[in-house]
Design a protein around this ligand. Sequence first.
Ligand code: AMP
Ligand code: MG
Length: 413
Amino acid sequence: MSTLQSIDQVQEEILSRLSALPPTDVPLEVALHRTIATDVHARDPIPPFDNTAMDGFGLRSADTASATTDAPTELKVTGAVEAGAETLPTVLAGCAVRIYTGAPIPPGCDCIVPWEKTARFDETTVVLDAPVAARACVRPHSSDLEKGAVALSAGTRLTPAALGLLATVGYPVVSVGPRLRVAVHSSGNELVPIDSALSPGKIRNSNLTSICARLEQWGATPLARPVLRDTPEAVRAGLRATLTLRPDAIVTTGGVSAGDLDFIREVARELGDDVQIRKVNMKPGKPLVDGLIAGIPFFGLPGNPAACLVSFEIFVRPALAKLEGRRDAFAPRRVARLAHAFDTPKIDRRQFLRGTAHFDFERQHYRVHLPSAQGSHQMSSFAEANCLVEIDVQSGRLAEDAAVTIHLLGDIQ
Ligand code: AMP
Ligand code: MG
């Protein structure tokens, strides 16, 4: 009988404990990649006034109705309108004004003819050999956004263009989901700082570096915390010290397997509420501890360096997204084809392999390469990966060109 829990169910249980944290107001200068918390309405119509899309002449369309090459229409140039102009000359019948892109359409004028579409012009006259349609080259007010219309909806991630739009509609400050402060502890007696030479039995604490970097990439603020040594007292004291910082979430790595020295599980249970010690139907990332400690979401990820990053993607990422009110809870998925045959173990767990995918324009699909080093302790293959390749249980040998689902490990989606 299997005691493994399905990934979907675990995700659901984790999310059901959490709700979005209150948003914060930030100036646009620091709002890139943040997620807006409420709909933003245009304060003004955009464009705010009818204006010209081209440099040229503003005139009355009716004056040009009979213009042909053989019988061109000549108009008198009576003024000029530059972008930013506050007082506008009226365009009378038989007249035209020079006009520059972005300038308001002056009274009397109902169309613009670009310089290059005139037959000729000089300081005082412009000659047209074809009619100009009413509204030609006029950008009407409100044609981008009506006043009061939703410019951006809650949950939108702020790209440079979205920030430009907020600036356009007059929001120098915007309400966004909070930048999460996430405490990160590694655990294990074998860990030494990354600037240490290795002594027998020791390894460098790489998970702290990779998980903190992943948090930064996500847009959170990692709080790198001291290593939790393998005693219940040390784990307890370390977590208690972290609780005093009131982080928005706590992530630990290691110490969650069934071993004698894996104390994260029992200490999390002792300090927390609804702390679940799980075996999840996935590889890597079978062991997982999650719950709330003093109301703070807690994630005890496995210690193996590849496993903790995969568990982060599958379980921590959606949780952080919910806390922040973000839509990108899950990595974007694509269907890809294997670039080569690959042997996977026939096991009862869903596997997430590290892969490198690229879109093959000739074949019109993603092709994915799988490095052979897929052990959960092997980081060399992860370092170059750009996706996780999902393999169904009991797959065994996968043929070249077999279709697989990939989860893109990109930065900004
Ligand atoms: P554990 O889950 O604590 O039994 O750890 C599983 C494996 O991951 C062991 O081989 C650990 O040495 C290794 N490991 C645990 N924590 C780290 C870490 N912070 N950096 C690198 N390797 C780790
Ligand atoms: Mg350990």
